[in-house]
Design a protein around this ligand. Structure first.
Ligand SMILES: O=C(O)CCC(=O)C(=O)O
Ligand SMILES: [Fe+2]
Ligand SMILES: [Zn+2]
Ligand SMILES: [Zn+2]
Length: 488
């Protein structure tokens, strides 16, 4: 394998971990899932109008015909494919044997019940009675709950940050000259090459904002930034400040021992797991629209509220309290605002991964009822086109028994989102958040499930690319563990 690459399936573009099928004639290589699907799929697409693809949407096999000296376009015949592996079979066998023996030796360990829904998420204070709780202590608590797929909030992470680095002014002074694609949250459309200075000018000031055709100030979002650059290279001082303060380091840091992504050897192209900035204006006035629609991320993630802008809720008295009450968040969160005077940044709804299919059914039926056409290779969660408002949340509970974690993210709160958990966000004030992805032993199974779901999305889908390479991560993590445990 070449340095810094990953091997992709020529059909679905998912990373090939090891075994795959290769056409003897043209070298077209497909993953086992694509091959099996093609082999079993009798309901081919007879209306196919794609001239370079066959009825199964596979490219034709370019076979050189020595008689006509032309390349002929033939259908691929599964029988003419050969099975190829990157890793020699005896190594896989040995690893499997070591793994099974080790698992047998620990089989009496207590198993956790993952399915239980605890109605409330867990909030931990990283500054208990004004004393900083050590990361070891926080990690112990985190490890007790993370298998249960419950979101975890750790408060007061901002206490030791160098806040001069994280203000709108500091970003504007350093990066204001750039022109960057932003997102218009109302329309879910891209605003091409917008001035970052103007974006920052409008962050806490409605009069400075870009406006739409009806002269309404736009609700803009800069997401996943820096998009392609490494945060560490573009914003080194902020990276250092963040890494010093990001909790649960053994899991969240790039090199954390329980971040399985750290097991990938150097010769693989490293997946970009962030950190990334999410900076967006408030959507407090639009309760039916989210800052970020319902979606599932590819791995476990942590999102830290690093700056909350001025309250712009039309200057009305108690407007924010009204919004919080309507959100049905719990009393503890209301009191953080009402009594402790903390600054609410964003409203999160997080669902357990095993509720995703019920949510899919609900949204599909609702979209059909609204006259929307359901296209092939789309998905009501992965398409990120739906925001579930309060009325819909009630319908989901009443008709599908789907529960939701409603979380207000205050300044300094780090929210841990379990892999596979559908979630959506509505900013109640303009916010600067920073988020990082990581792969935990407790969450890796859901990463695999999501990777397979992304594989089924159309090629044009933003989520289609398998950037995480979770199968490689699993293989190399097991290998590393067994060698540390000194298993034969
Ligand atoms: O803050 C947002 O708008 C989205 C954040 C999010 O989805 C995440 O961090 O995974
Ligand atoms: Fe997310
Ligand atoms: Zn494939
Ligand atoms: Zn071929």
């Amino acid at each position: 394998m070449l340095k810094q690459t990953r091997e992709l399936c020529d059909q679905c573009r998912t990373t090939i971990f090891n075994g795959h099928m290769v056409c003897r004639s043209c070298g077209f290589s497909v993953c086992i899932e694509c091959f099996t699907f093609r082999n079993k799929n009798f309901s081919s697409n007879d209306n196919n109008k794609h001239k370079d693809k066959d009825r199964y949407m596979w490219p034709y096999c370019g076979k050189y015909d020595p008689d006509s000296q032309k390349i002929t376009k033939l259908h691929h015949i599964p029988n003419e494919f050969i099975y190829v592996q990157f890793i020699p079979p005896y190594i896989i066998k040995k690893l499997n044997w070591s793994f099974q023996s080790y698992m047998d030796s620990i089989k009496n360990l207590e198993r956790f019940d993952k399915k239980k829904f605890s109605p409330d998420f867990l909030t931990i204070d990283s500054y208990s009675e004004n004393i900083r709780v050590s990361d070891e202590e926080l990690t112990k608590i985190f490890e007790m709950y993370w298998h249960s797929k419950t979101p975890i909030v750790i408060k007061n992470i901002n206490k030791n940050l160098d806040m001069n680095l994280w203000t709108p002014d500091s970003f504007s002074n350093e990066f204001g000259h750039l022109e960057i694609d932003l997102i218009d949250c109302r329309k879910n459309a891209i605003v091409k090459k917008a001035s970052l200075k103007k974006f920052w000018d409008g962050f806490e000031n409605l009069n400075e904002r870009f406006v739409d055709e009806k002269s309404r100030p736009l609700i803009l979002k800069l997401k996943d930034w820096p998009t392609t650059d490494d945060f560490k290279n573009l914003l080194p001082a902020r990276y250092e400040d963040l890494m010093k303060n990001l909790p649960i380091k053994k899991f969240t840091h790039r090199s954390g021992v329980f971040n399985l992504a750290s097991s990938l050897p150097d010769f693989f192209s490293v997946p970009d797991l962030g950190p990334k900035l999410y900076i967006a204006y408030s959507s407090a006035d639009t309760p039916k629209e989210g800052t970020t629609n319902l979606h599932v991320d590819i791995s476990d993630a942590v999102n830290l509220m690093i700056y909350v802008g001025k309250d712009l809720t039309s200057g009305k008295n108690n407007e924010m309290l009204k919004i919080l009450n309507e959100s049905k968040c719990n009393d503890e969160q209301i009191n953080r605002f009402k009594i402790d005077g903390e600054r609410p940044g964003a409203l999160w709804h997080i669902f357990k991964p095993d509720q995703a299919d019920l949510i899919r059914s609900y949204l599909t039926i609702r979209n059909i009822e609204k006259g929307k056409k359901i296209k092939d290779q789309t998905d009501p969660i992965h398409d990120q086109l739906n925001y579930i408002d309060n009325k819909m949340l009630i319908e989901l509970k009443e008709n599908y028994n789907v529960e939701v974690y409603t979380i207000i993210q205050f300044l300094g709160d780090a929210i841990f989102i379990p892999s596979g958990a559908p979630h959506q966000v509505r900013n109640l004030n303009s916010c600067i958040k920073v988020a990082g992805d990581f792969v935990t032993p407790q969450g890796v199974q859901d990463c695999l499930i999501i990777t397979n779901q992304f594989r089924d999305l159309s090629e044009r889908h933003a989520n289609h690319q398998d950037k995480l390479q979770v199968k490689n991560i699993i293989y190399h993590s097991i290998k590393k563990c067994l060698s540390i445990l000194n298993c034969p």
